[in-house]
Design a protein around this ligand. Structure first.
Ligand SMILES: C[S@@+](CC[C@H](N)C(=O)[O-])C[C@H]1O[C@@H](n2cnc3c(N)ncnc32)[C@H](O)[C@@H]1O
Length: 296
């Protein structure tokens, strides 16, 4: 994404390490998944095969199975440990009559046949894919005609206070390093959907602010989520003690009412594989921001 290469082995290792405690801290991720599931309620769809990409501990996988009882739901994740947590979710009855499958794979190289999936759901994961064009082309390849892609990811304002604080610390050290993952703009995501041949993209954005008593607390939480920086061009050796202290001091300038904010720009989107009839949309969905003034 953004010409920025991710080290997939490090991404996987970070999420393997995070799997056991992810649910304790994934408050925002839970809220976002819930909001996409609510959006899905507005769309008439009877999927037989659903793929939850970057399923993590399987919160949405389980909800999708409950919402579409006839469907086979596949949870896919790069981290095996996440899938183990997902499998444990649900009671004994669910496991006895499980219609869920678990696949450990990379979203950018999907081990599924062409046109084999009716609904791709992906929450808070696309920011971990290196090449959005390639990823969306893969999604388009496996979607059946009339199939739907429904996702959320993070936009450029995400963790802007942390990014700016590191930039201030780097400027003091007369050096540049990548400390905070760069996030892609909603409009560029919409363009990538179209380039992949996905139709009628609808995108919108929502801003959240979480608060922390200090920046260490935020960084600890990011680590517990598996979301600490895993950029392959990060220069580990240069993040010295003085620089960290400069970053913490810079973050203090954001303090309001005794708390430090952390901004999140959440991008929601959906798009179709060609073949869907407009009559199948049950209610007026949000304005198409790629073509303002047009309601699809
Ligand atoms: C922030 S978590 C979100 C998990 C879940 N969707 C949720 O909302 O709680 C991101 C998940 O994506 C997975 N992931 C990261 N890169 C991936 C990739 N290239 N392919 C598949 N899964 C990936 C991680 O292992 C992690 O479980």
């Amino acid at each position: 994404m953004n010409g920025f290469r991710l080290d997939k082995r490090q991404v996987r290792a970070a999420f393997e390490a995070a799997a056991a405690r992810y649910d304790e801290v994934a408050v925002l991720q839970r809220e976002i998944a819930q909001r996409i599931l609510e959006r899905l309620e507005l769309i008439k769809l009877q999927p037989q095969r659903i793929l939850d990409i970057g399923a993590g501990t399987g919160l949405a996988t389980q909800a999708l199975g409950q919402r579409y009882r006839q469907a086979r739901v596949i949870a896919l994740d790069l981290a095996h440990g996440m899938l183990q947590q997902a499998r444990r979710r649900g009671g004994l009855m669910q496991r006895l009559f499980d219609r869920r499958d678990f696949v450990c794979a990379d979203a950018e190289h999907l081990p599924f046949a062409d046109h084999s999936i009716d609904l791709i759901f992906s929450s808070a994961t696309l920011q971990w894919c290196s090449d959005l064009d390639h990823t969306f082309a893969e999604f388009r390849r496996i979607l059946a005609p009339g199939g739907l892609l429904m996702f959320s990811t993070f936009g450029p304002d995400t963790l802007k206070e942390l990014r700016q604080s590191w930039q201030a610390a780097d400027a003091a050290a007369q050096d540049e390093a990548t400390h905070v993952h760069p996030f892609i703009d909603m409009h560029d995501i919409g363009d990538a959907l179209l380039r992949a041949g996905l139709a009628d993209p609808v995108m919108d954005v929502e801003h959240f602010t979480l608060t922390y008593s200090d920046a260490y607390q935020l960084m600890r939480e990011l680590k517990t989520l598996g979301a600490h920086n895993v950029a392959s061009d990060r220069r580990h050796s240069l993040t010295g003690k003085t620089r960290v202290q400069n970053m913490l001091a810079a973050y203090e300038t954001f303090r309001v009412d005794g708390l430090l904010p952390a901004s999140y720009e959440v991008v929601y989107g959906h798009a179709w594989a060609a073949g869907i009839s407009k009559n199948e949309i049950a209610v007026d969905p949000p304005v198409n921001v790629l073509n303002p003034g047009v309601r699809r």
